[in-house]
Design a binder for this molecule. Structure first.
Ligand code: BJW
Ligand code: ZN
Length: 244
């Protein structure tokens, strides 16, 4: 995409954004890429190096919980020194300036909160929370690393990461809140997601069907680039601050 197209896309998005009353932003791994967090697909992506079905399914966890915990402990180690980038900070600032704002993220890294975002829905959970496989209790646990087979403080059963694996249902309260925001928004911005994982992948199209303007910011084109109203090609850490 030529620089002029990028500038035109930014100008158009800026106009729509600052006219809007209700804004939804959906983010994926790409927004955290400039902070040093690996994405899933694409070059250097986690699912290029590891088989998702061996690590991110309930079946994998039942079969080999140690291996799955090893993977999530490694991700915790990787994330510990990382900080939000200008893309995260720009979204936190947009939230402060828009009357009704919802950030829906597929990311589990917690970097949006670190940047100051508050009105957030975490569709796929959070790496820094653990859930008991016995009593279902949910607690924040920032130990790095966790023990090989971490146990629940109340019932001693095995803990699992509080994330959503393939084949698992998303939390219905979070999903309903996301659909509610999407169906009422004037503008939806989709940032740094490949649009391959459902149900998040269809959310932009649903907003468009409900009459919202939908814009995408991504380093590469996605299956939705020609469907959304505005598609801006570039790094979110460079594009999003230019909206302010
Ligand atoms: C930049 C950039 C920069 C880079 N600036 N951009 C309907 C049809 C078919 C299948 C299904 C369906 N409904 C459900 C399914 C099954 C499945 C699914 O979608 N499978 C597809 C792969 C086909 N979905 C599920 O199982 C979901 N559950 C569900 O729907 O339950 C009901 C149900 C179950 C079973 C059958 C039917 C219904 C749960 C999905 C859970 C996903 N979990 C993961 C792991 C989370 C924990 C962890 O991190 O370990 O979530 S998988 C992984 O993918 C992670 C991500 O959140 C998710 C999305 O990835 P994302 O964010 O898009 O990252 P990438 O890497 O793909 O893309 C990065 C993008 O950034 C790229 O586009 C780059 O260009 C860009 N980029 N640098 C801007 N600087
Ligand atoms: Zn327990």
């Amino acid at each position: 995409m030529a620089g002029k197209d990028v500038q035109n896309g930014i100008d158009e998005l800026k106009e729509k954004l600052w006219q809007a009353r209700r804004v939804v932003v959906l983010t994926g791994a790409g927004i955290s890429a400039e902070s040093g967090v690996p994405t899933f697909r694409g070059e250097g992506g986690l699912w290029r190096q590891y088989r998702a079905m061996d690590l991110a399914t309930p079946e994998a966890f039942s079969r080999d919980p140690k291996l799955v915990w090893e993977f999530y402990n490694w991700r915790r180690e990787l994330l510990t020194p990382l900080v939000p980038n200008p893309g995260h900070f720009a979204l936190a600032e947009i939230e402060r300036r828009i009357p009704e704002f919802t950030l829906i993220t597929q990311n589990i890294d917690g970097l949006h909160q670190k940047a100051g975002s508050e009105k957030m829905l975490e569709l796929h959970g959070n790496l820094w929370w653990v859930r008991c496989t016995g009593c279902e209790s949910l607690v924040e646990d920032r130990r790095v690393p966790l023990p090989e087979m971490p146990a629940c403080a109340s019932c001693n059963a095995l803990l699992r990461p509080h994330v959503v694996w393939f084949g698992e249902m998303l939390d219905p309260r979070i999903l309903n809140a996301a659909y509610e925001a999407i169906s009422n928004c004037d503008l939806m911005l989709v940032v740094g997601t490949s649009g391959t994982v459902q149900p998040a992948a269809s959310m932009g199209v649903q907003a468009k069907r409900r009459g919202a303007t939908v814009a995408e910011v991504n380093l590469e084109s996605t299956p939705y680039s020609d469907i959304y109203h505005i598609s801006i090609s570039g790094k979110s850490g460079e594009i999003l601050p230019r909206l302010l």
